[in-house]
Design a protein around this ligand. Structure first.
Ligand SMILES: [Fe+2]
Length: 267
């Protein structure tokens, strides 16, 4: 199990630099790629690219203030929970109403309410650090299966239901979430890309301003740099919107030019 103090420092350091919210991103050229906001919205049929989270307010309506992003195929809800502000997302198929929760991080009552209101079928974990899994026991007790990549499963004290394979597809209604094992922050860190949308859920692998921290058990800096280079920056378009496990969103186009700078500084 990862030491709590080091994980806090790690995540805090990694997400310290400034980023942009989804709301911010809707109002500018997303990645300096020449697409105007209107063109981007049209390209992805974005009808609502919206609010930041609303603190600890409890909501039950499916289209309530947790709604964070919506286009023609997907709806994303976001809440921020726990002592180090973990982002928890619900990714929901607009056609069928089926949904998946990304990271049962903390504040299980709030998450269970969201799960019930939004049609969540199961939970996928971006990785096994304590701050991303604190609500797993209660979520499982309520009947939701929790999926995690095998290399991080030990961090859940074997309290999980299924492994997430690399380069697989998780079907959520008619949505297809492509899985990507991107080790470095932890050996089993996963990213999830929603097919047909600009969305990439990056866990603690990529933040605005740099990679997730690697200075604790299981972390490895050269590995996270390689993951970013070969598995993320070389695969995804500049306008891809990155939704990390803490803090604000960013885009591939905004971050990828800085990879060498991050490699040189060593964090
Ligand atoms: Fe982490």
């Amino acid at each position: 199990m990862t030491d709590k103090t080091s994980a806090v420092a790690a995540d805090g350091a990694a997400s310290a630099s400034g980023g942009a919210s989804a709301g911010d991103l809707a109002g500018e050229d997303l990645a300096g790629n020449g697409l105007s906001p209107d063109e981007t919205a049209e390209h992805y049929n974005i009808e609502h690219y919206c609010w930041p989270q609303h603190g600890t307010e409890r909501r039950s309506a499916a289209a309530g203030p947790t709604l964070y992003y919506r286009d023609s195929v997907v709806e994303v809800h976001k809440v921020v929970v726990g002592p180090i502000d973990n982002n928890v997302f619900v990714v929901r198929c607009r056609q069928t109403g089926d949904a998946v929760l990304v990271d049962a991080a903390n504040e299980h009552e709030k998450l269970l309410e969201l799960c019930g209101a939004l049609g969540v079928r199961h939970v996928i974990e971006t990785h096994g650090h304590w701050d991303h899994i604190a609500a797993v026991p209660e979520i499982r007790e309520a009947g939701y299966d929790v999926h995690v990549a095998e290399p991080d499963a030990y961090m859940l004290d074997n309290a999980y239901d299924q492994f997430i394979d690399d380069e697989s597809v998780i079907e959520v209604g008619r949505l297809r979430l492509h899985t990507l094992l991107t080790p470095g922050h932890t050996p089993g860190s996963m990213c999830f890309q929603v097919e047909g949308t600009p969305l990439l859920f990056s866990g603690d692998t990529l933040f605005p301003g740099g990679p997730g921290a690697t200075n604790f058990e299981g972390g490895h800096f050269p590995t996270i740099i390689e993951s970013l280079d070969k598995l993320i920056f070389s695969r995804f378009a500049p306008e891809t919107v990155v939704l990390p496990g803490h803090g604000d969103d960013t885009t591939i186009g905004r971050e990828s030019p800085h990879l060498q700078e991050w490699a040189d500084r060593g964090w």
